[in-house]
Design a protein around this ligand. Structure first.
Ligand code: NAD
Ligand code: IPM
Ligand code: MN
Length: 363
């Protein structure tokens, strides 16, 4: 069987980092991995070429493929466009169109990187958290939204911006099942994060998750308010096994958790639908400040490719090989600036890709 991967590099550092992930996947061909790639434009790059961030042809390619490898979108010079034309609409649109509601964001501290974290090594060493972020609902997609005339209160008559936070029961149930099943395969601890003390939507979330818990008696469920969780992640991150939360809180907490691992350039993700079809992407953005300079860390994208092999293709051995190569490079190889430390050779995006190829060949 040949697996067809749609490669959507996007903007900023997207093309640089996806190129390294493709190199790594291609290197596995000689060991029998049958894959083929097809690229398409997305985000600002697609807007500039076709006048829209998510062209029909790009979506059609994703649908016709076995999995999607995504870089990043975002281009500050397009931030004044009407919202539906902005680069970020492409990633939101493709998640929604493909029903990729379950986003896995594993925050793992590699022993070799414990010293790269901004936290003391003993706080983070051995940390292995899985954040399960609901990805197609919440205030991200809730209607109505917009800017209107403020209908009441002291600011009546002025313009006001508004969004709608909402979750349907089925939406909460399906992500809760995904999270409980993930916890069952790991440390059997699930922490559901909400703001139930203030927000109706998230009290409802808490009630539904509590109900789903009855089907998973072997998993210990706890609940935590999001503000406390943000603090606990810094105080004692190793208390967490699996965290499940909504779209907005999951976005913020996963960026926070990434810094515990050493760099946002290390955190991969898988966005899956009910049949394990997936889009694989680093959690970071297009990093315009370092784009085009061969400075970006490609590890998050390479590790996302490993997740693709594991989750969508069920090719555990190839996934593990990539992860072992990442660990070998972290241990003995050169590093990009974001994780560089005294005593290490400094390299760029493509140098890191080259080091990964060497590590694969040496296995
Ligand atoms: P960002 O994640 O792009 O960058 C934040 C900081 O992290 C920057 O200093 C950047 O240089 C650094 N960084 C990010 N990835 C890195 C890597 N691989 N290696 C080394 N350093 C890295 O977030 P931002 O600056 O808030 O957003 C920039 C643009 O990206 C915006 O347009 C935003 O909307 C978009 N964005 C897109 C995605 C996505 O495509 N999924 C995710 C987040 C942000
Ligand atoms: C992410 C990004 C996106 C999100 C943006 C670019 C729409 O921050 O993938 O984490 O908020 O989901
Ligand atoms: Mn984000």
């Amino acid at each position: 069987m040949t697996y067809k991967i749609a490669v959507l590099p996007g903007d900023g550092i997207g093309p640089e980092i996806t190129a390294q992930a493709v190199r790594v996947l291609e290197a596995l061909r000689s060991d029998g991995l049958n894959i083929e790639f097809e690229q398409a434009l997305i985000g600002g790059a697609a807007y500039r070429a076709h006048g829209e961030p998510l062209p029909e042809s790009t979506l059609a390619l994703a649908k016709a493929s076995d999995a999607v490898l995504f870089g990043s979108v975002g281009d500050f010079s397009l931030d004044t466009l009407p919202r539906h034309l902005r680069p970020e609409q492409a990633i939101l649109g493709i998640r929604k169109a493909l029903n990729l509601f379950a986003n896995f964001r594993p925050a793992v501290v590699y022993p070799e990187l414990a010293d790269a974290s901004s936290m003391r090594p003993e706080v983070v060493a051995g940390m292995d958290i899985l954040i399960v972020r609901e990805l197609t609902g919440d205030i991200y997609f809730g209607q109505p939204r917009g800017v209107r005339e403020c209908p009441d209160g002291p600011f009546k008559g002025q313009r006001e911006g508004f969004d709608t936070m909402r979750y349907a029961e089925g939406e909460v149930r399906r992500i809760a099942h995904v999270a409980f099943q993930a916890a069952q395969k790991r440390g059997k601890k699930l922490c559901s994060v909400d703001k139930a003390n203030v927000l109706e939507t998230t009290q409802f979330w808490r009630d539904v998750v509590t109900d789903v818990a009855k089907e998973y008696p072997e998993v210990a469920l706890s609940h935590m308010y999001v503000d406390n969780c943000a603090m606990q992640l810094l105080k004692d991150p190793k208390q967490f096994d699996v965290i499940v939360t909504g779209n907005l809180f999951g976005d913020i907490l996963s960026d926070e958790a990434s810094m515990l691992t050493g760099s946002i350039g290390m955190l991969p993700s898988a966005s899956l639908n009910e049949s394990n079809f997936g889009l694989y992407e680093p959690i970071h953005g297009s990093a315009p400040d370092i784009a085009g300079k061969d400075l970006a860390n490609p590890m998050a994208t390479v590790l996302s490719a490993a997740m693709m092999l594991r989750y969508t293709f069920g090719l555990e051995e190839y996934a593990a090989r990539i992860e072992r190569a990442v660990q070998a490079v972290l241990a003995n190889g050169p590093r990009t600036g974001d994780i560089w430390r005294e005593g290490k050779e400094r390299t760029g995006t493509s140098g890191m890709g080259g080091a990964l190829l060497k590590a694969l060949a040496a296995q």
